[in-house]
Design a protein around this ligand. Structure first.
Ligand SMILES: C[S@@+](CC[C@H](N)C(=O)[O-])C[C@H]1O[C@@H](n2cnc3c(N)ncnc32)[C@H](O)[C@@H]1O
Length: 306
């Protein structure tokens, strides 16, 4: 597998510099904005940041639970969790090296990866640091009561998923919980519609990079392969993108931004050569008819370690 920087595609976007990773989305400001929008959609889709079985098993309000967010991206899930559960302590890690130094006046640890350093609303401390879940995280065994990991479908080769799951279980305390959420998209209907064309190109990139497009459905069996782990809650949510409901409209904007972020790798496959063609393709993705019979699926589950 070629490193992203060695691939022959034109891009004005910024990417991670990890040589081993197949992750192919940018890490720049437009992508961070997309991740933040997606966070709010997912929160409303699943009725909160934490599944009910996790709330039922762990005392978020009264205990100082130790919470870890693996592949924390912009850190938005942690920041939002802090508002709901200020008693917990939070750690986040990602292969994006800390970039923005926080100002002294903010109550957040120095050296953390904070995209909005002016956000001083957080009252609990959290730390966001470098950490590659495939290389092993820098935490002792049995450290966290709750470990969250979300949206890694574009980041792991098929054979890397068991390594990641094993690492999540290692750092989770016995009796602790893990929550996973992954994306899957089923595209049906007219092959000429823009979303269908875009997703076909995305699937080709996934295949070329050895990525498991069905991971959302394969996760339960990967979990159950561990005798000390069992799936206790499993949800499948989808939105009919063609429905033009408020929810669908937000998802459509999110998908447009996702394809925008992926465009440097998709352009050749879509026969797009000029900026005008790119703009037109992305604009067409905003029209409801682009999504005939297309569904955006997300699957979330909670896992208990015995
Ligand atoms: C699609 S983003 C999701 C970010 C965040 N979980 C969210 O829900 O907004 C995927 C994130 O995984 C990170 N990532 C990719 N490979 C990783 C690895 N091996 N270890 C840790 N983080 C990784 C990327 O840098 C990126 O921030």
């Amino acid at each position: 597998m070629q490193h992203l920087a060695d691939l022959n595609f034109k891009s004005d976007r910024n990417y991670h510099d990890s040589k081993n990773s197949v992750y192919w989305l940018p890490n720049d400001h437009p992508e961070q904005e997309r991740l933040n929008l997606q966070h709010h959609i997912l929160k409303s889709m699943f009725g909160g940041n934490v599944l009910q079985s996790v709330i039922d098993n762990l005392d978020f309000h009264h205990s100082r639970l130790k919470v870890l967010d693996v592949a924390s991206g912009t850190g938005i899930w942690i920041k939002d969790m802090q508002k709901d559960f200020p008693n917990c302590s939070y750690e986040g890690c990602d292969i994006i090296a800390p970039k923005v130094k926080v100002e002294k006046s903010t109550p957040i640890d120095e050296g953390c990866l904070v995209t909005d350093a002016s956000d001083t609303t957080a009252t609990t401390t959290f730390r966001l640091t470098y950490g590659d879940v495939l290389q092993g995280l820098d935490y002792p065994d049995d450290t966290f009561h709750f470990v969250h990991m979300r949206l890694l479908v574009a980041a792991f080769r098929k054979e890397e998923w068991p390594i990641a799951i094993k690492e999540l279980l290692r750092v989770t305390k016995p009796g602790g919980m893990i929550q996973l959420l992954e994306h899957n998209s089923r595209v049906a209907g007219d092959e000429k519609n823009p979303f269908h064309r875009a997703w076909k190109a995305v699937s080709e990139v996934f295949e070329e990079r050895g990525i498991d497009t069905q991971i959302a459905f394969n996760l339960p069996s990967l979990i159950e392969a561990h005798p000390n782990a069992r799936v206790v809650e499993y949800h499948n949510r989808y939105s009919d993108l063609a429905s033009n409901s408020d929810w669908a409209k937000a998802m459509v904007i999110q998908y447009r931004e996702l394809i925008h972020s992926m465009m440097p790798m998709l352009a050749d496959k879509l026969g797009i050569t000029t900026d005008e063609e790119k703009k037109e393709f992305l604009n067409n993705l905003c029209k409801p008819e682009a999504y005939t019979e297309s569904n955006g699926y997300y699957i979330a589950m909670s896992v208990k370690k015995s």
